[in-house]
Design a protein around this ligand. Structure first.
Ligand SMILES: Cc1cc2nc3c(=O)[nH]c(=O)nc-3n(C[C@H](O)[C@H](O)[C@H](O)COP(=O)(O)OP(=O)(O)OC[C@H]3O[C@@H](n4cnc5c(N)ncnc54)[C@H](O)[C@@H]3O)c2cc1C
Length: 383
């Protein structure tokens, strides 16, 4: 039976990443009473390693693994993964959406009009990214600056805080929309983990969530489950939809690195430049990770000799468009094997990256071991 809180809100939005925050803001602007339930905290973004580890890299929470031990990172925090994201803005594939009967052209135009989408000014392109771009271009690749969603007047050169969360309000993140929603009357309940959607006669009528060890039930006419590519199917499963969480993609990636002698930097906006290889099905970009992440991955592939070369290491990311497949277990364990064709894409990308790095004067190349089997150590985005 609906609780006394039934008429306290019109809509419940589960999760406050880009998906949930956008819906919450829109509904609040239209005068709807919105309750946002967010599993993570809502403390101010500090841009520190410690805060980032807490929301992105706690195993079983932000950090999940596939059966091939690929790591998947997702932000469990108000604003979701956008807090850690690099704000690279690639247009959605409009034709593909149209084939499902969804026309996103209007929304895309609206988003582009509202958001500060543009390539970074030259002063914000770091020396490692610039060297990578120059090298690729001299080999004939159409490698260029990528569009970013950044308030560039607030963005600092020689800064590597994007991954940890931008404390300067320069990088767009979904918290900005959550805050707007709250200013329009929405209520944000942080550290509130939704367990399941409550159904009556096969209709969603509310949700059950846990906050500070107590379980609560809230009801509304509209329930929006936007807890991310892993969070949403897990909630739907517990709500009686066992088919949720099958056949997904997760854009696996690897990084290829090489050191140059004549650059000393390392603090840059990642993914500032890149190359889209549509037919080949992958994207290549610079990826100057912060030093601590660089050292973590370098240690993992047992390259102690490269551990302290971060400031002069060029890093190229190869990010695949993987096909649909796999399934989530009830505990959020991800079962998905990369088929041979996708491993081949990684090998092609690796060969290209190697040429670009060598042409840039890089030595001591490091790559993730593919071993013809498992691609080891890539960091993988949540969907
Ligand atoms: C390091 C990194 C870099 C990235 N860079 C880019 C980039 O440059 N460009 C780009 O387009 N994309 C990038 N992405 C991907 C992008 O961030 C995601 O695609 C996007 O955030 C997905 O939005 P979402 O709202 O669907 O989910 P999410 O952002 O994952 O948000 C889901 C929210 O739901 C909450 N939640 C989960 N479970 C529950 C629950 N049970 N109850 C309540 N709340 C719950 C989570 O805490 C989270 O706040 C990056 C991702 C990462 C990790």
């Amino acid at each position: 039976m609906p609780s006394p809180q039934a008429d306290s809100c019109d809509a419940i939005v589960v999760g406050s990443g880009p998906g949930g925050a956008t819906v919450a803001r829109e509904l609040s602007r239209r005068g709807k009473r919105v309750l946002i339930l967010e599993r993570g905290h809502n403390k101010p973004i500090k841009g520190t390693t410690a805060q980032c580890v807490g929301y992105l890299l706690i195993p079983g929470k932000g950090l999940l693994f596939t059966n091939q031990l690929l790591a998947l990172g997702r932000g469990i925090i108000t604003g979701g993964s956008s807090i850690a994201a690099y704000a690279t803005a690639l247009d959605p594939p409009l034709e593909k959406f149209r084939s499902y009967g969804i026309d996103l052209a209007g929304e895309l135009a609206e988003a582009r009009k509202e958001l500060p989408v543009a390539p970074l000014e030259d002063r914000l392109i770091g020396p490692l990214a610039r060297r990578t771009m120059e090298s690729a271009r001299s080999l004939g690749y159409d490698w260029k600056k990528l569009d970013k969603i950044v308030y560039q007047d607030k963005c600092l050169p020689d800064c590597d805080k994007c991954t940890m969360g931008c404390p300067y309000g320069a990088k767009w993140d979904a918290r900005m929309y959550v805050e707007e929603a709250v200013r329009s009357g929405a209520v944000l309940r942080a550290s509130a983990k939704v367990n399941k959607v409550l159904l009556e006669n096969r209709t969603a009528v509310g949700v059950e969530y846990t906050q500070k060890g107590k379980t609560h039930r809230v009801y509304a006419a509209t329930i929006v489950v936007s807890a991310g590519g892993i969070g949403s199917p897990l909630i739907l499963r517990k709500s009686g939809l066992p088919g949720a969480g099958h056949d997904f993609f997760f854009d696996p990636l690897i990084a290829v690195m090489g050191t140059v002698k004549d650059i000393k930097g390392g603090k840059e906006f990642p993914m500032a430049t890149g190359l889209r290889l549509e037919e080949e099905g992958y994207l290549m970009t610079d990826l100057p990770w912060p030093g601590w992440i660089y050292r973590m991955f370098t240690a993992e592939v047992l390259r102690a000799d490269r551990l302290f070369s971060h400031s002069h290491t060029l890093q190229i990311m190869i990010k695949l468009r993987d096909g649909l497949g796999g399934r989530l277990t009830d505990r959020g364990f991800v079962k998905k094997d990369l088929p041979k064709a996708e491993k081949k894409k990684f090998r092609d990308g690796y060969e290209r990256a190697k040429k670009i790095l060598k042409n840039a004067g890089a030595k001591h190349l490091v790559r993730e071991k593919t071993g013809g089997q498992v691609v080891k150590n890539p960091f993988v985005y949540d969907i």
